[in-house]
Write a protein that binds this ligand. Structure first.
Ligand SMILES: Cc1cc2nc3c(=O)[nH]c(=O)nc-3n(C[C@H](O)[C@H](O)[C@H](O)COP(=O)(O)O)c2cc1C
Length: 177
C-alpha cells in the first residue's frame, strides 16, 4: 500500500520551495511505498492539511524572527484544524550569520502551533555545526532544532546532504520504511 505525505511550504525567495522539491524528489525515488504531494500554502487551502496523516511543513524566518508572509496570512486558520494523530516533520530556512539572534525562529513558532492543534512532531536535528546566538526553534534541552535547519546563505553545500539524511530519519520516525 502506498502512503501519502503532504508537504506544505511558504516561500518568498524560493529557497524553501526548492528544498521542498528536493525532499519530494528524494523520498519519491528512494521509497516505492511513499509519495509526497507538495503544496504552496499561498495557493492552496490550509484545510488540505487535514487530509494527511503525515505532514512535512517548510517555513523560512523573515524580518528579525518573524513568520514568512504566506504563513502569516493563514496563521489563524491553522487554529481551525484538528491535527490529532497527525505526525508532522518540520524544516526551516534561515541565515545564522546575518540573523544570529533570531535564527530559525519561525520554525519554532510553527512547531508550537501544530502541537497546539494536536499533532506530534518528529525530525529533530542537531545544532552541532551551526553558529548562532539564539533560536526559538530549539528542543527543550537546547541540544537540537525542532526540525531540519537549512541555511542556503552560508552552508548551501550542506543542503542536499542534510535533506537526504533527514528524509531517511523522518521516514523511519513515521514508521514508513
Ligand atoms: C530581510 C530578511 C530578513 C531575514 N530575517 C531572518 C531571521 O530573522 N532569521 C533567520 O534565521 N533568517 C532570516 N533571513 C534569512 C531567510 O530566512 C533566508 O534568506 C531564507 O532562505 C529565505 O527563504 P525563502 O527564499 O523560502 O523565502 C532573512 C532574510 C532577509 C532577506
Amino acid at each position: 500500500m502506498t502512503s501519502k505525505i503532504g508537504l506544505f511550504y511558504g516561500s518568498t525567495t524560493c529557497y524553501t520551495e526548492m528544498a521542498g522539491e528536493k525532499i519530494c524528489e528524494f523520498i519519491d525515488k528512494t521509497y516505492s511505498n511513499v509519495t509526497v504531494e507538495i503544496y504552496d500554502i499561498a495557493l492552496n487551502p490550509v484545510q488540505r492539511m487535514s487530509e494527511y496523516q503525515y505532514l512535512i511543513l517548510g517555513i523560512p524566518t523573515w524580518d528579525f524572527g518573524e513568520l514568512q508572509e504566506d504563513w502569516e496570512s493563514i496563521w489563524e486558520e491553522i487554529d481551525t484544524l484538528d491535527l490529532t494523530g497527525t505526525l508532522v516533520a518540520l524544516y526551516g530556512l534561515g541565515d545564522q550569520i546575518g540573523y544570529p539572534e533570531w535564527f530559525q525562529d519561525a520554525l519554532g513558532y510553527l512547531c508550537e502551533k501544530v502541537k497546539m492543534q494536536g499533532a506530534s512532531t518528529v525530525g529533530t536535528w542537531p545544532t552541532k555545526g551551526y553558529e548562532f546566538k539564539q533560536s526559538k526553534a530549539l528542543t527543550d534541552n537546547g541540544e537540537a532544532f525542532v526540525g531540519l535547519s537549512l541555511d542556503d546563505e552560508n552552508q548551501s553545500e550542506l543542503t542536499d546532504k542534510y535533506i537526504e539524511r533527514w528524509c531517511i530519519q523522518i521516514i523511519d520516525e513515521f514508521r514508513l520504511s
